[in-house]
Design a protein around this ligand. Structure first.
Ligand code: KG4
Ligand code: ZN
Length: 361
């Protein structure tokens, strides 16, 4: 037995994340303790290309994941015997990377004779606020804004998600990244746009708010990106004003779409933001004010839990063990070792496909 003890009430789960450009491993206990974690960013490998190159990402995950599992286990003072399940992101994401993490988890699960938990990456983001905030109960309204996703979800319980909005073209993080590219700020773009925006006037550049006021409960950011391109080309605005105006337009779209989601599916006692864009302070402040106006509790996970990480995957595994696992008792065996990695995997299987949204989950 290692130094971290576990009980049925507070299981220990090893989690692996490898769906994009972060290789991450974590051990989390069901009482919300992150026992140990490691994260290796591939920023340097992808920076010369201005975006994530799937082949390079898969190779980097393959090189790193096994030594990272070993070092996290050692740091925790645990062996595989001590953990209750092995969780890994099984999609959606860049398929080569997802396969590396999932196959590693299968091998560990098989060797240790522990259940495999194939976790939806979006579910990791969706439940991560509950890892940080013990008082956050179901249901809640979730805004998931990352490089690959831009969705509003009603989270009714573990495994119970209603998709209330998604993007019909770009994700918001993608729009931040493209804006950064147009302003020659480099990669990753979100933090760079945010920094530059601090020196600009958010009202200086007239930019569109795509779908604002529309009864169609979705997001669209492609038109905003094109407007940013025109503003850059016009040469009449400073980069800081463009960055600040872009950020403001994005925030206005988020609030408008959230308002519609509340009208249609609300009320919800809490508003939660997750995904990489949740690291943006202007976005957070606007959401906090929105929640206050609607008498909703507001939760945003700490920044390290907003961007891709393995603690959220291990935590999603804990949540499954503490619901499904308890319900099924000894019959609970987790997911099949045949589970196939999924490049696309919508959280809400009943959500209808959205025009143009084929590239997003
Ligand atoms: O959740 P995440 O780490 O990876 C995905 O699953 O996509 O999100 C990464 C995205 C990138 O598009 C990045 O530019 C954006 O989150 N991002 C930000 C900020 N920090 C990260 N966007 C705006 N402001 C930020 N401070
Ligand atoms: Zn993510």
């Amino acid at each position: 037995m290692g130094s971290a003890t576990h009980t049925l009430e507070a299981p220990l789960v090893l989690g692996i994340e490898s769906s994009c450009d972060e290789t991450a491993v974590a051990i989390v206990r069901g009482d919300r303790t992150i026992i140990a974690q490691a994260i290796a960013s591939q920023e340097a490998e992808h920076a010369p290309y201005g975006g994530v190159v799937p082949e390079i990402a898969a190779r980097a995950h393959a090189e790193r994941v096994a030594p990272m599992v070993a070092s996290v286990m050692a740091e925790a003072g645990l062996t595989l015997d001590d953990v209750d399940a092995i969780a890994a992101t099984a999609g959606p994401g860049l398929i080569g990377g997802v396969m590396v993490g999932l196959v590693s988890a299968k091998a560990l699960a098989m060797a240790a004779e522990k259940p495999l938990l194939a976790i939806n990456h979006l579910e990791g983001h969706a439940l991560s606020p509950r890892l940080a905030d013990a008082g956050l109960a179901f249901p809640y309204l979730l805004l998931l804004v990352s490089g690959g996703h831009c969705q509003i979800l009603g989270v009714d319980g573990v495994g119970q998600y209603r998709r209330l909005a998604t993007t019909i073209d770009d994700a918001l993080g993608e729009a931040f990244d493209k804006t950064a590219k147009l302003l020659r700020l480099g990669y990753p773009g979100g933090p760079a746009v945010e920094r530059l925006a601090m020196q600009g006037n958010p009202k200086a550049v007239p930019l569109p708010r795509p779908l604002k006021g529309s009864a169609e409960p979705h997001f669209s950011f492609a038109g905003l990106k094109s407007a940013v391109l025109r503003a850059v080309d016009s040469g009449t605005h400073t980069p800081a004003d463009i960055a600040a105006s872009f950020q403001q337009a994005a925030v206005d779209c988020l609030l408008d779409r959230l308002e519609l989601a509340l009208d249609r599916a609300g009320p919800f006692p809490a508003l939660v933001v997750a995904g990489g864009v949740a690291a943006n302070h202007t976005v957070r402040a606007a959401l906090e004010a929105f929640a206050a106006r609607h008498a909703m509790r507001f939760t945003a996970p700490p920044l390290a839990l907003c961007t891709d990480n393995a603690a959220m995957i291990a935590w999603a595994g804990c949540e499954r063990l503490m619901t499904e696992g308890w319900r099924m008792g000894a019959d609970f065996t987790g997911d099949s070792l045949d589970f196939v990695a999924r490049p696309r995997w919508p959280l809400d299987p009943e959500a209808t496909a959205v025009r143009g949204a084929g590239v997003k989950a």
